[in-house]
Design a protein around this ligand. Structure first.
Ligand SMILES: C[S@@+](CC[C@H](N)C(=O)[O-])C[C@H]1O[C@@H](n2cnc3c(N)ncnc32)[C@H](O)[C@@H]1O
Length: 278
């Protein structure tokens, strides 16, 4: 295993999946947990179900973590087994505490899945591929397609690098920081408070993804969630009709999926595997 992957694994084993109280993991600090944002985040989580076969034998959860949000359980509700694959043993122990015998637990690298081709009826990979070096992202997508049954689909969610909608908001956030005496925020090498980070992360742009996957993986891009936690913490305020604003954003995402899928913070990428012709 490379040094980078070793660091990611150690981070999740020792920090990311440590419990910090009230049933929350340290990793949850990267999410906006305020009541005003709850309904929007809940509906965004459920979007994944639209693209999965509703039932089957095996659902692969690649980079499962501990299956941390309640909505994640709905993805495998009508599957016999949910196979959780992760490089963090702590993640898998926590997942087992949640899923029990419904789960199968495999320590594995998502860029080299130790499974035969054509075995999964559905797949999800949420916020995990971004922990791979950019040079391995394509391989992870190809692996997900390889192990998927023909005619089925899988869902991948990761953040875009510097998406245009969030970029537009950045000057206002920086101004807000100055006004509130917090000073300008320096970009760190490894992501920032927006994202599921704290360790190595490399994110890509829609153009880069298109270039990498062209001719190898069949996929479509939809919005999962356009707004980053950072944006939401700054601009979504309960006293300023925050919930109404988020309902409007959700409506826009539904109405203009192509635009929000490419320009919002988190795309939902659906991988398809064609039925073979013979
Ligand atoms: C940000 S967490 C997301 C967990 C979960 N999918 C979620 O959305 O809450 C990333 C997870 O991916 C796992 N991971 C990172 N790199 C991996 C790799 N190369 N192979 C398998 N799992 C990996 C980490 O151990 C961690 O559990």
């Amino acid at each position: 295993m490379t040094n980078t992957k070793q660091q990611v694994r150690e981070f999740y084993d020792r920090i990311g999946w440590s419990q910090v109280g009230e049933g929350l993991y340290q990793n949850a600090r990267y999410e906006d947990l305020r009541p005003v944002s709850r309904d929007y985040i809940h509906k965004c989580h459920l979007r994944v179900n639209r693209h999965l076969a509703p039932a089957g034998d095996f659902l692969l959860d690649a980079g499962s973590g501990p299956v941390q949000w309640p909505e994640y359980l709905t993805y495998s509700e009508n599957y016999r087994y949910r196979l959780c694959a992760d490089i963090s043993i702590t993640a898998l122990k926590e997942a087992r505490a949640k899923l029990g015998e419904k789960g199968l637990y495999v320590v594995a690298d998502i860029a080299n899945l130790p499974f035969k081709a054509d075995v999964f009826d559905g797949e999800v990979s949420m916020h995990a591929i971004h922990h791979l070096p950019l040079g391995e992202h394509k391989r992870a997508y190809q692996e997900l397609q390889r192990v998927l049954k023909a005619g089925r689909s899988g869902v991948v969610v990761n953040g875009w690098h510097n998406p245009s909608l969030m970029r537009l908001a950045e000057p206002f956030i920086q101004l807000g920081r100055l006004v509130s005496g917090r000073g300008r925020k320096r970009k760190k090498d490894w992501a920032d408070e927006d994202d599921q980070a704290g360790t190595f992360v490399e994110k890509l742009t829609p153009r880069w993804l298109e270039g990498e996957l062209a001719g190898t993986v069949q996929y479509e891009i939809y919005p999962w969630r356009s707004l980053s936690p950072r944006f939401m913490r700054w601009f979504v305020r309960p006293q300023l009709s925050g919930e109404t604003f988020l309902r409007f954003i959700f409506w826009l995402e539904e109405r203009f999926p192509r635009f929000f899928g490419r320009n919002g913070q988190y795309p939902l990428i659906v991988i398809h595997k064609r039925e073979s012709r013979d």
